[in-house]
Design a protein around this ligand. Structure first.
Ligand SMILES: C[S@@+](CC[C@H](N)C(=O)[O-])C[C@H]1O[C@@H](n2cnc3c(N)ncnc32)[C@H](O)[C@@H]1O
Length: 495
């Protein structure tokens, strides 16, 4: 059975006024859930206007109107739309319509909010595309949904809980974040709304204990997720989360394991004692990246923040190799600076004679060697994190550095570029990425949070990159914006 809008309409037309009683009115735990959901889901909204998708009986609508938002609600079920309309009593407007076909002009709303209705959409990509269009620049999208939890179905059967009347897709937080990113949103937040399975709230009659412990609990058992995205100033995505190419993953090989790992990491990284004690221990590039690559999956996540799994990681490696292959020939000798686990080398190696893959981290190189054991034309080198002294002058026809310079102090990046100039042959080309400088406030906010981290992002402007490359003696310098990255491509010619 697939997702069906008719089933959604039938179900909600039938539930009508009973909707709230079945859920939030069923126990004091249900009422507490409603408070948690409203505060956690809606706290990252911007002031101004909001399009609210899936109003049901108007619980969220009334809350948003009371908070002063300029409110428009859109609801698929006519019965629900009518109930909400009478509840809001003229303070905003309600439209009966479909989230996948939004009848609004571009640049209309400051926020689009969908509270636990995203999982009913047969074509969520249509909704995301439309939402992006109707949002103003730096407008926010807030999507909450029921999460994919291993063992959900077994648990349901064991507890003899009746199956849901309406089919839905359960998502992981990373999956939804990845979908939002594919449709041009920067991810501002992904996490759990609830801290416990929904049934625990529904079935709690005395909420006093629940309220007492709730704030102190971690959220890894939560079954409702939320992702907040923002349309960027100038159509760029968030440099924290991107690589060169962007391949949409239509199949869903997403694993819940990522969310669990993510949750543990988040909890630790929020803990001031952990940060104070641990980060000074990882204050060199080598230690920092060794720590990030304890396992292959944590290495993948550190290399492409928020990547949804191995499949997407490989696809992005392949896409980046496709971009780079035009700079090499079957005779080329290539240097990959900051190779990580050889994401791109794996696919680029078929187009050139030899790749020297260099990295400061032993762990990254260990994983890379293990992954690419059968690739005879890739050699791995551990360097000192500052220069390319392993290689003689003029050794390489092509040098590339993807997602590396933004993790380095600017003077170290400059030294590396100087070294690249030295090891390039006459007429050789360098292809390097630098993260494009977004707004000052954004940089400041990120820097404040990550000041302790040697690998935090250092931002560049296009002019800065271009001047730097010229100063170092490169010629035919071309810089361009590709997604969130400034790509500098230039040549070395002996004078
Ligand atoms: C975000 S990952 C990118 C990996 C790879 N370029 C890719 O796109 O898949 C950054 C890599 O740069 C390496 N790195 C960080 N600082 C370095 C330095 N000072 N010298 C050499 N490599 C460094 C890290 O160990 C890590 O493998």
């Amino acid at each position: 059975m697939g997702l069906s809008k008719e089933d959604v309409i039938k179900n909600y037309d039938r539930e009508g006024q009973d909707y709230d009683r079945i859920r939030y009115g069923r126990s004091s735990g249900g009422a507490f859930f409603s408070e948690v959901e409203l505060s956690k889901t809606l706290r990252m909204m911007k002031s101004g206007s909001v399009l609210h998708i899936g109003t049901a009986t108007g619980r969220v609508s009334a809350h948003l109107i009371a908070k002063g938002f300029d409110y428009v609600g859109l609801e698929l079920s006519k019965v629900m739309a009518n109930i909400t309309n009478s509840r809001i009593n003229g303070h905003g407007s309600i439209i009966c319509g479909d989230a996948e076909h939004l009848p609004f002009k571009p640049n209309t709303f400051d926020n689009v909010v969908s509270v636990r209705s995203f999982h009913f959409l047969p074509h969520p990509e249509n909704f995301l595309r439309e939402a992006h269009k109707i949002l103003k620049p730096t407008g926010r999208i807030i999507v909450s949904f029921e999460k994919k939890i291993h063992g959900r179905e077994i648990f349901r059967k064991l507890m003899r809980i009746p199956a849901s009347k309406v089919e839905r897709i359960h998502y992981t937080n990373s999956h939804v974040a990845s979908m939002l990113r594919d449709y041009g949103f920067d991810i501002l937040h992904k996490g759990n709304v609830t801290k416990l399975p929904l049934l625990v709230y529904w079935n709690t009659d005395r909420d006093r204990l629940l309220r007492k412990v709730h704030n102190r609990m971690p959220s890894i058992l939560g079954t409702v997720g939320v992702v907040v995205g923002q349309t960027s100033h100038c159509g760029l995505s968030n440099p924290f989360n991107s690589s060169v190419g962007c391949v949409r993953d239509h199949t869903t090989g997403y694993s819940e394991g990522y969310d669990l790992l993510d949750s543990v990491r988040r909890i630790l990284l929020k803990h001031p004692t952990f940060i104070r004690v641990m980060f000074p221990l990882f204050n060199s590039y080598r230690r920092r990246w060794n720590m990030a690559s304890l396992t292959e999956s944590s290495a993948m996540d550190a290399i492409l923040t928020g990547v949804s799994g191995a499949k997407e990681f490989e696809e992005k490696g392949m896409a980046d190799a496709e971009t780079l292959k035009e700079f090499v020939s079957p005779n080329s000798t290539v240097l990959d600076l900051g190779c990580g686990i050889g994401r791109v080398d794996k696919y680029l190696s078929t187009y050139c004679q030899r790749i020297c893959a260099v990295d400061v981290s032993d762990r990254m190189l260990y994983l890379a060697r293990r992954r690419l054991a059968g690739f005879k034309n890739i050699e791995f080198y551990r360097n000192n994190g500052h220069d390319l002294s392993e290689f003689g002058d003029g050794t390489f026809d092509f040098v590339f550095a993807l997602l590396v310079f933004h993790h380095l102090e600017k003077n170290h990046a400059k030294t590396y570029l100087h070294e690249i100039f030295r090891v390039l042959s006459n007429g050789g080309t360098v292809y390097a990425q630098f993260p494009n400088k977004p707004s000052e406030q954004f940089i400041k906010a990120q820097a404040e949070k990550r000041i302790y981290d040697v690998a935090r992002t250092r931002w560049y402007t296009e002019e800065e990159v271009s001047t730097l490359l010229h100063q170092l003696g490169f010629i035919a310098v071309a810089t361009s914006l590709q997604g969130s990255q400034i790509v500098g491509i230039c040549k070395r010619v002996l004078v």
